[in-house]
Ligand binder design. Structure first.
Ligand SMILES: [Mg+2]
Length: 165
């Protein structure tokens, strides 16, 4: 039974973002990426890029237009992240709603079908992507192994819906 079709990603990775291969994204036929920040490409509140994620990002930067979309509201943190990533970073996104999306689309200048959203949360990143006709890629959180227990269970619950579809 498909209870939550709006949460069904185009691709599911039972692994973190660094395991997404370039050819997998190319097969989606997209030219731009909207990346979630927290737990997708960076540990929350860290403003630090893991070397494995940096290597992955360098490959993606060469092949796609990229913007980072986050619900984070702290201006000085967002500026630090911008410096570290060397990418456009849009804060206050209020995912899964439309705030932030217009700004992302203005930067990418692509039709929605040419864009993939990559994120770790079905209820924000994937839902957002489905609403706007983007391709969607669900990944495991970078810091899943060091999270508090309640977060672990919340994720487990969200993923159980996605995997049932
Ligand atoms: Mg996230």
């Amino acid at each position: 039974m498909r209870m939550f079709p709006f949460l069904k990603p185009t691709l599911i990775y039972d692994n973190d973002v660094t395991k997404i291969r370039l050819e997998d994204i190319e097969k989606l036929g997209v030219e731009g990426l909207i990346l979630d920040l927290d737990n997708t490409i960076m540990a929350p509140k860290s403003a630090r890029l893991d070397p494995s994620v940096k290597a992955w990002l360098d490959i993606m930067k060469k092949n796609f237009k990229i913007v980072v979309l986050t619900n984070n509201k702290k201006a000085f943190y967002l500026e630090a992240v911008r410096q570290v990533l060397d990418l456009p970073v849009i804060g206050f996104a209020k995912k899964p709603w439309l705030f932030g999306i217009y700004e992302a689309l203005e930067i990418l200048k692509l039709s929605n079908a040419k864009i993939a959203v990559i994120g770790d949360r079905p209820l924000t990143d994937i839902w957002l992507g489905q609403r706007y006709g983007f391709k969607t890629v669900l990944v495991r959180a970078l810091t899943a192994h060091i999270e508090p227990r309640w977060k672990y269970w919340l994720r487990k619950l969200e993923w159980s819906f996605v995997k049932r579809m």
